[in-house]
Design a protein around this ligand. Sequence first.
Ligand SMILES: [Zn+2]
Length: 188
Amino acid sequence: MFAGHFGLAAAVKAKTPNVPLWALMLSTQLLDIVFVPLLLSGAETLEAVAGEGYGGSLIHADYTHSFVGALLLAFLAGWGAGKLWGRRGGVAVGSVVFSHWLLDLLVHRADMPLFPGNAGAFPLLGLGLWQVPTVSIVLESALVLIGAVLYYRSVASAAERSRRGWAIAAGGIMGLLLTLSLVTDVLG
Ligand SMILES: [Zn+2]
């Protein structure tokens, strides 16, 4: 669900123009970015579900994708962003980081623990929309579309009349990038 996360970042950018887009894009994927070194070191693992492509994995990201772990990362990122872009920016970045967990909750199979390392062995969370690819693809497409439209509108209204062309180009490029990431999501 790369595309869906990015779509949300583009939408938030439209509302908090002083936070750079790269920071919001990074924030939506922060949990997965921290996941990479943990995956490489074997602390978190990925298990393919036989016969499935799009969203076909059980993801044992017991730290980064635990409810409390995600909350902690969101808080740290929001605190850091607050220093750079003020209170509003910090809240936006923190919320965007945590939104990754919420969107993952919709699509992941039940593989997300409540506490880091699944302490307490509570039931694992995940509503498993990936098992109904049509629904999750529609959901991602909607996020992409909303993100692209809001982003375009914010650039277009901020730009001077003489720079309308650039604004349209920027909005178009964003839409294209989001669509491409959706296509790779579905195919990869
Ligand atoms: Zn994730």
